[in-house]
Design a protein. Structure first.
Length: 257
C-alpha cells in the first residue's frame, strides 16, 4: 500500500515517531518533506539524509499556518500524502492546580486538536483536487490508544485525542459525499504507549498511578512500533485499499472494540 505514497509531508518530524517515520520513508525512496519547530534538528536531518526537504513550522502559531501551507503547496504541487504526528502530553490532576498551568493546558489542546483541525482544513482541498485528477492521496492523522481508553491522569490529552477521532470520522463522511473521493484516504494511526520523549518525563508517575510497574501499561520500543506500523501499512484493508486505521498493540485493542 506504500506504493500510493510518492511525496510525503511529515508534520512533527524532528523527534519520536515523526523522526522515525521520516527516516523510514526516506529509506524507502520516497520524497520526504520534514517539518518541525526545531531548526537545528531539521538541519541535522537534511545533512544526514540526502535529498530530504525541510520546512520550519510552528503549529502553535495558528495565524501563520495558512501562509505556511500555501508556501509548501506552491513548492510541492504534487504532494500526495500528509502525515500529522506532532503532539504533546500533560500528566496532571484537576484537583491539584499546581500540576499544570492554564498556558500548558491551552498549548496541549492547541497542539493535539486545534492545529490538526486547521491543517486538515488547509491540506484536504489540495489532496482532494489531486484525487479528482486520478492521483491516490492519503492523509495520515496520529491518534492514540489513549483516545480509545481514558486514563485519568492524561485528562486533556485523552479529550484531544478523542476529538481527533471525531474529526477523522467527520472528514470521512464529508469525503464520501464528494465525487472521486475514493481516491483520497484518511488514515488514523493508533500507536500503543510507545517509548518516545512524549511521556518520558512522567513515566514513573504514570506507573505509580497505575499501581506499579507490574500493572502499568507496558512501553513498546519505538523501533518495534515503527516496524509493525510499516508491516500493517502494506496489508490492504477489506476493500483492497489502504486501511482506514493502522493500529499496533493496545491501539489494535481500542480500534477493535
Amino acid at each position: 500500500m506504500s506504493s500510493r505514497i510518492n511525496t510525503i509531508l511529515i508534520i512533527g518530524a524532528t523527534a519520536g515517531i515523526g523522526e522515525a517515520f521520516t527516516r523510514r520513508f526516506h529509506a524507502m525512496g520516497k520524497k520526504v518533506i520534514a517539518t518541525g519547530r526545531n531548526r537545528d534538528k531539521l538541519s541535522s536531518l537534511a545533512n544526514e539524509l540526502p535529498g530530504l526537504k525541510t520546512r520550519h513550522i510552528d503549529i502553535l502559531d495558528l495565524g501563520a499556518l495558512p501562509q505556511t501551507v500555501h508556501s509548501i503547496l506552491h513548492d510541492f504541487p504534487t504532494l500526495d500524502t500528509v502525515l500529522f504526528t506532532a503532539g504533546t502530553q500533560l500528566f496532571y490532576s484537576f484537583f491539584d492546580p499546581s500540576s499544570a498551568t492554564p498556558e500548558s493546558i491551552h498549548a496541549e489542546v492547541a497542539t493535539n486538536l486545534t492545529a490538526p483541525a486547521l491543517l486538515i482544513r488547509l491540506f484536504a482541498p489540495h489532496l482532494l483536487q489531486l484525487a479528482n485528477k486520478g492521483t491516490e492521496t492519503t492523509l495520515f492523522i496520529t491518534g492514540s490508544s489513549i483516545g480509545y481508553a481514558p486514563l485519568s491522569f492524561y485528562p486533556t490529552y485523552y479529550a484531544a485525542k478523542s476529538g481527533v477521532r471525531s474529526l477523522i470520522r467527520v472528514l470521512r463522511h464529508q469525503l464520501a459525499a464528494t465525487p472521486n473521493g475514493d481516491n483520497m484516504r484518511v488514515v488514523e494511526i493508533v500507536p500503543p504507549y510507545t517509548d518516545t520523549g512524549l511521556g518520558r518525563a512522567h513515566r514513573e508517575a504514570r506507573m505509580a498511578a497505575q499501581g506499579g510497574p507490574e500493572k502499568a501499561f507496558p512501553v513498546v520500543p519505538l523501533a518495534e512500533f515503527v516496524d509493525r506500523f510499516f508491516e500493517s501499512l502494506e496489508q490492504p484493508g477489506p476493500d483492497g485499499k489502504i486501511k482506514k486505521e493502522i493500529s499496533v498493540g493496545s491501539g489494535e485493542a481500542g480500534v477493535s472494540t
